[in-house]
Design a protein around this ligand. Sequence first.
Ligand code: NAP
Length: 307
Amino acid sequence: MKNKIVLAGGTGFLGITLANYFKDKAREIVILGRSSKFPSFENVRFVKWDGKTVRAWKEELEGADALINLAGKSVDCRYTEKNKAEIFASRLDSTHALGLAVQSCQKPPLCWLNAASATIYRHAEDHPMDEITGEIGSGFSVEVCRAWEKTFNEMATPSTRKVILRIAIVLGKGGGAMHPLKNLVRLGLGGTQGSGKQRFSWLHEKDFVQIVDFLINNESATGFYNCAAPHATTNSFLMSSLRKTMKMPLGLPAPRFLLEIGAALIQTETELILKSRWVVPTRLQEAGYQFQFSEIEKALEELVAKR
Ligand SMILES: NC(=O)c1ccc[n+]([C@@H]2O[C@H](COP(=O)([O-])OP(=O)(O)OC[C@H]3O[C@@H](n4cnc5c(N)ncnc54)[C@H](OP(=O)(O)O)[C@@H]3O)[C@@H](O)[C@H]2O)c1
């Protein structure tokens, strides 16, 4: 049994998924969030912070087994200058403030896991990207990832082990990408998007929480880890598997030009769908992590089932 786990930016999809997983494995879970209305539940206690300045919330880090930082404005928006600035600031400021808070602790957290993204790698249709030979991409979202990791790496925390989670798209029942994908299929619009050849690196939510647990417990784990299922699928296979699982016989395809119009209408970016993300979890597998969901069909069956 752990003593305390702190989830900074833990009010969102991944934070609540982690809180539900760890609430039976730790005496106390503390969530740091900006709203004053978020409810505490069971042994999950909510504490207000602003995500950028070190205040009284820093006391919550004392004696924690793990600090997990998930704070960041959603990238599911139009990349206007204002949104771009918020996407950067929400990640860099929160990471910096947490670093200062860890440095000020009498009894700092044993480990600090910072969210990052597998989108740091380049658009890849030719071969998969792992932590050793994977090539870093370019463009706005990659620049965010680089600056996010740099800020984290620059915070010296001699008594706190540091791990970067390069997370692929997490598929879960409680939020994230599954809701819009299922809605498209329900509306008969769940066909191939763009060429359909672009790779889709994904991770089942049950593997996400177990990977976090594994990395907390593995005292030799440091540096960055690709958090993605071993077998990336393609967009066309993802969509056909989801249609099959949801028993939807047809799904209209969406060519690139239609996606550009649709993305502008619903205020998002096509990069989220069209970038070919082909990422493999070499370091996790070498460390002995066993994936529960390696194949997309099995993952979708579990996620669509009404249990
Ligand atoms: N879900 C995925 O598939 C995925 C994949 C790769 C990487 N990631 C990264 O993992 C992290 C967590 O993902 P998620 O899906 O749980 O995201 P989410 O549901 O959007 O939650 C992120 C949390 O960040 C906090 N936040 C937003 N703007 C902030 C700001 N300006 N300052 C401080 N905190 C702010 C919010 O908490 P409050 O509003 O309560 O403060 C929110 O609950 C994100 O950084 C995301 O980029 C997620």
